[in-house]
Design a protein around this ligand. Structure first.
Ligand code: NAD
Length: 262
């Protein structure tokens, strides 16, 4: 990766040179891939994590290897005080924040009849309120960044099409699309864009249990491109939306799903 970054000059329209990014849930899976690609394109990155500090530090070390600055920031995105403190630290240590990727998320699957109210609450708190709180805490910084300001919300194809056994998750991810559209309108006068990405099935810890054997084969039959996505597929979309190249796109939900939903 480092070799590529050094030998290949990133086109101006894709460059994130000089921008500071915060990626929530950035220590693994999709968030990790996004954090690394943003750094490869030139950004300094704050890698948010909740428990696994060593994983977050490993991502920071990889970013440092690309010649960019990185810090690991512990915070639970569903806790307003924790989020405020994290954003403050990012600004103090890396400088003005231009790019927020609301990637942190959980999935608690249950049929509606058996679902527990606390699981509903936790899902909404992390997946939807978390993105709201992070954007709120970073909003002054983002608006100050003007035409470089970006919010990217990682929603899901499940928020668009629904799924049996995933009512809580689908509701939170559909809510994130409403948040995206409203904030796109709210931030547009300052030149700041707000978009969502709706990944399909991506191979990470979150999907690990459901992507084996017959279940995998059945899933592949539903995906026209006939493969499960990887975290890098989502990261490429995020890096594009983050750069000047994506600067006239706002309020959009970009599907990265191999054709699962067209
Ligand atoms: P993952 O479980 O590997 O990553 C989720 C990340 O969120 C982890 O780093 C976790 O620590 C973090 N997180 C969870 N609760 C948090 C909290 N309260 N505060 C801060 N961080 C918290 O899964 P992933 O597949 O990499 O998922 C990343 C995002 O992509 C999630 O929002 C998920 O819903 C979304 N997504 C994933 C898929 C998929 O197929 N993997 C598909 C569509 C959308």
């Amino acid at each position: 990766m480092a070799e590529t970054a050094q030998s290949f000059k990133i086109p101006e329209s894709l460059s994130l040179e000089g921008r500071v990014a915060l990626v929530t849930g950035g220590s693994r899976g999709i968030g990790r891939a996004i954090a690394l690609l943003l750094a490869e394109r030139g950004a300094d990155v704050a890698v948010n994590y909740t428990a696994n500090e060593s994983a977050a530090r490993e991502v920071c070390d990889a970013i440092a290897g690309l010649g960019r600055r990185a810090i690991a920031v512990r915070c639970d995105v569903s806790d307003a005080d924790s989020v405020e403190a994290a954003v403050k630290r990012v600004v103090e240590q890396l400088g003005s924040l231009a790019l927020l990727v609301n990637n942190a998320g959980i999935s608690i699957d249950s049929l509606c009849a058996r679902a527990r109210e606390e699981d509903w609450q936790r899902t909404i708190d992390v997946n939807l309120k978390g993105a709201f709180l992070c954007t709120k805490a970073a909003s002054r910084q983002l608006l100050k960044a003007r035409r470089h300001g970006r919010v990217i919300n990682v929603s899901s194809v499940i928020g668009e099409m629904g799924n049996a056994g995933q009512a809580m998750y689908a509701s939170s991810k559909a809510g994130l699309l409403g948040l995206t559209r409203s904030l796109a309108r709210e931030f547009a006068p300052r030149g700041v864009t707000v978009n969502a990405i709706t990944p399909g099935f991506i191979e990470t810890d979150m999907t690990d249990a459901g992507l084996h054997g017959d279940a995998r084969d059945r899933l592949l039959q539903q995906i026209p491109l006939a493969r499960i996505g990887g975290p890098d597929d989502v990261a490429e979309a995020a890096a594009f939306l983050a750069a000047d190249a994506g600067g006239y796109i706002t309020g959009h939900a970009l599907r990265v799903n191999g054709g699962l939903l067209i």
